[in-house]
Design a protein around this ligand. Structure first.
Ligand code: FES
Length: 120
């Protein structure tokens, strides 16, 4: 049997609304940079890697959104991505997507869903 595991990332209140926050995921063979974007009670998360070149997207620490706070913007060549599904709407990687994370918000905490191990 495989059980889903939930890993705490950060309290919801530590992300501006609307706003974003970068984090580093550690351990279990799945480490790397990620970021979260908040809109109200909803949080979306992606790997911090632009589909164009693999570069990190933030132009300053924890700053992933465009000036209007409506789209995710890559710092390197300015590609713009929809917040809710990570699709690139404009830029050199138009039509490609950011790699999404499976998140849940529970009791004010943003949690990452990870599949359990040994389920076969
Ligand atoms: S690296 Fe993101 S748009 Fe080029």
């Amino acid at each position: 049997m495989s059980a889903e595991r939930l890993i705490g990332l950060c309290p919801l209140e530590e992300i501006a609304d609307p706003g974003s926050r970068g984090l580093r995921l550690e351990g279990d063979g799945d480490s790397g940079e990620i970021f979260l974007v908040r809109r109200g009670d909803q949080v979306f998360g992606y790997r911090n890697s632009c589909p164009h070149t693999g570069a990190p997207l933030d132009w300053q620490p924890h700053r992933f959104l465009d000036a209007g706070g409506q789209l995710i913007q890559c710092a390197t060549h300015g590609a713009l991505f929809r917040i809710d599904d990570g699709e690139c709407l404009w830029g050199p990687c138009a039509g490609q997507r950011l790699r999404p994370l499976s998140l849940v918000v529970r009791e004010g905490m943003v949690l990452l869903r990870r599949p359990g191990e040994g389920g076969r």
